[in-house]
Design a protein around this ligand. Structure first.
Ligand code: UD1
Length: 466
């Protein structure tokens, strides 16, 4: 396991301060929390005109072998971490996706030298003097908020716009600010986040909610702080451990403890490193679901199901056969899937919210009634409206969706509602009768290198028009 690869040592000598007591700028942040919650609710991405669309003729079982791209959710914090310390970082297997390109744009804006040679990206942050992020890129992607921790760590100051991302819920950043406040950061600003710290000091940060982004931001600032930091209730997602592994290879000392908290020894000197990104578990999961729904047989070469056990269990319950060995995953299905009586999304190791929409698409034709409850983001059922245009029977009741399996889905004119929702529509189209058109593919391109290339490789009849 990745966790085992991290150094393990006993709890660091952290201050025994409770969150909220250690933080001198708490009042400030509380005000900010209210503002962020109100201001951010309903904010959606602003993107240029997207004229590209996919055309998919459904009904072909997916068959063959595929290699999965590097992980989006791991590479974004790792790129932010390249801003810290000295030396050149070379990131291999860095996926060609919209969110990475936007992130590299932000880094260049800050003064980084960022060069791409195929899937290898080299980052030299030695000349970075700026700490203010402007422009539309940062406002577009959620992970731009990670530059808060990285810039505070490096420059003790940061100015960033309110982060964007998919409109899947309010997505406030209160926990990020609160956690960084525990390390000594203070915040001002109304329409953007203005952060500064006289000095960053280690602390105990007990997250009230195990937020992935807030955990990563705290790690990014804590590695440059004076003293040790203990992050309690830290997110357990494998992408957080990949960030720790990357920083440890650079010379940091970060460990995941038995109780899943994360201990960061501050002030270690960070050097350049060559690092190869692991496969994206959400892309893997999407493709396994597509194969199951079309009654195909695929072998995913560079990924084991180690980080996808929650999905593997559900796929087996649905009637697919799945075999994980020698670092590869083989799935086969006869296309007649069973419904899942109850499935709820949850933080890792629970069922990933990012696979909720793809799972909904795979269940549209399953025999019986399925019920999916979304517990992580409050607005992640917009895909259902598009699926209904294909003949799916889905009813949304608050946080839950009830899917009554139909015999057939038919081709339709659809629009991707968000990143994972767009991938879900591709899964639905692949198992439908007739031709489906999906527009607003820019959403999908933010996280999937080329979903049409991968599906074509597996035999699908799919074309992109621009
Ligand atoms: C990350 C992933 C995203 C995934 C999500 C949950 C990246 C780039 N994105 O997003 O793909 O869907 O984890 O696995 O890695 N929350 C607050 N206040 C905060 C922060 C979060 O209330 O300051 C809430 C959120 O609204 C949400 C929950 O906490 O309800 C989980 O969010 P979080 O784990 O922070 O997700 P992200 O880091 O945004």
């Amino acid at each position: 396991m990745t966790v085992v690869m991290l150094h393990r040592y006993s709890r660091c000598n952290h201050r025994a301060a409770a969150p909220g007591v250690a933080n001198p700028s708490l009042v400030h942040i509380l005000g900010y929390m209210v503002f962020c919650r109100a201001e951010y609710a309903g904010k959606t991405e602003s993107r240029g005109m997207d004229l590209s669309y996919l055309e998919i003729k459904g009904g072909v079982p997916l068959c063959g072998e595929i290699e999965i791209q590097g992980s989006k959710n791991a590479v974004l914090p790792i790129l932010a971490a390249c801003m810290l310390g000295e030396g050149v970082c070379i990131i291999e297997n860095c996926p060609f996706i919209g969110d990475v390109e936007d992130t590299l744009e932000i880094m260049k804006m800050l003064g980084c030298r960022a060069e791409r040679d195929g899937r290898t990206v080299s980052i030299d942050a030695s000349e970075v003097k700026a700490y203010e992020i402007g422009g539309t890129c940062a406002a577009r992607i959620r992970s731009s908020v990670l530059f808060l921790g990285a810039l505070l760590g490096r420059m003790k100051r940061a100015v960033i716009p309110l982060p964007g991302g998919c409109a899947i819920g309010a997505r406030p950043v209160d926990l990020h600010l609160w956690a960084l406040g525990c390390l000594g950061a203070e915040f001002t600003g109304r329409d953007r986040i203005i952060a500064s710290a006289k000095r960053l000091h280690g602390s105990t940060v007990k997250l009230p909610l195990s937020s992935v982004g807030a955990t990563e931001n705290t790690i990014l600032a804590a590695v440059q702080a004076e003293g040790d930091t203990l992050i309690e209730n830290a997110a357990r997602e494998p992408e957080v451990d990949e960030l720790c592994e990357f920083l440890n290879q650079r010379g940091a000392e970060i460990a995941r403890l038995e109780d899943n908290s994360i201990c960061v020894r501050g002030g270690k000197r960070l050097k350049g490193v060559r690092y190869c990104m692991k496969a994206d578990r959400i892309v893997t999961g999407s493709y396994l679901l597509a194969a199951a729904a079309t009654g195909g047989r695929i072998r995913v070469r560079n990924d084991s199901c180690r980080n996808l056990q929650s999905l593997v269990r559900v796929l087996q319950q649905m009637g697919a056969e799945i075999d994980c060995r020698d670092g590869a995953t083989v799935l086969s299905s006869d296309g007649r899937l069973f419904a899942v009586p109850y499935l709820a999304t949850a933080p890792y190791p629970g069922f990933p919210t990012d696979l909720q929409s793809p799972m909904m698409a795979a269940l549209c034709r399953a025999e019986g009634k399925s019920r999916i409850c979304e517990t992580v983001f409050e607005n992640r059922f917009r895909t259902a409206d598009e699926l209904k245009k294909m003949g799916a029977k889905i009813e949304i009741c608050g946080k839950c969706a009830v899917i009554d399996g139909v015999e057939k889905l038919r081709g339709a004119l659809l629009a991707a509602p968000d990143l994972r929702g767009g991938a879900a529509l591709v899964i639905a189209a692949l198992q439908s009768q007739g031709c489906t058109t999906i527009r607003d593919m820019t959403y999908v391109d933010r996280g999937y290198e080329s979903i049409e290339r991968d599906m074509s490789l597996l035999g699908a009849d799919i074309k992109r028009y621009r």
